[in-house]
Unconditional design. Structure first.
Length: 189
């Protein structure tokens, strides 16, 4: 797998893209994209938790929009909505093709909505395990690998419950708004 070519292909599509050798380097790069005192939100992402990025953001100098602090389903919904207007949204993708197309499956839609429109900046950590050869391989990887594991993590009885919304992003119209940090080791699922 030629990570240099993948980065080039992402850039050709208007994404800001960099390669990080490991999780620690990826976290430092992600933090460099987040201005101090800015508002930060995130979607459900094993990658941002597993990498240590979420812990670092929570201990940093940011205004957090943390849906997990909600005391009711209504408050959680409002925090997810507020996340759509954050300065920075943290996430990952279920799959990225070698030619630079991004793919996600979402249960509620808050994550894909934030990626496609809303926050000023989207910062995504993508483990090397999520790279697929072609655009045709995106959805199968998400359905066969990410969806079942996410359903299990969320204790859903049927993995189809997590497969409510599918999003494929081929071009970043606002050049550089979506920042992809490709990590040279497995991260998330």
């Amino acid at each position: 797998m030629d990570t240099t070519k993948i980065i080039e292909n992402l850039k050709k599509r208007g994404f800001e893209a960099v390669f990080a050798e490991n999780k620690a380097d990826a976290v430092e790069k992600a933090l460099s994209y987040i201005p101090e005192n800015s508002s930060v939100a995130w979607g459900g992402s094993v990658s941002i938790e597993e990498s240590g990025l979420l812990a670092r953001v929570k201990s940093g100098k940011y205004t957090l929009i943390d849906r997990d602090t909600a005391k009711s389903p209504e408050e959680k919904y409002e925090l997810m909505r507020k996340g759509l207007t954050s300065d920075t949204f943290l996430t990952s993708f279920n799959a990225v093709s070698e030619d630079g197309v991004l793919f996600n499956i979402d249960g509620n839609g808050n994550r894909v909505a934030a990626i496609t429109f809303g926050p000023k900046s989207v910062v995504a950590l993508v483990g090397i395990n999520k790279i697929v050869p072609t655009e045709a391989d995106l959805e199968p990887r998400a359905l066969k690998i990410a969806a079942p594991l996410n359903a299990k993590r969320l204790k859903l009885s049927d993995e189809k419950d997590i497969c409510a919304i599918f999003s494929k992003t081929r071009i970043c119209k606002t050049k550089g708004r979506i920042k992809i940090i490709l990590v040279g080791e497995p991260l998330g699922y």
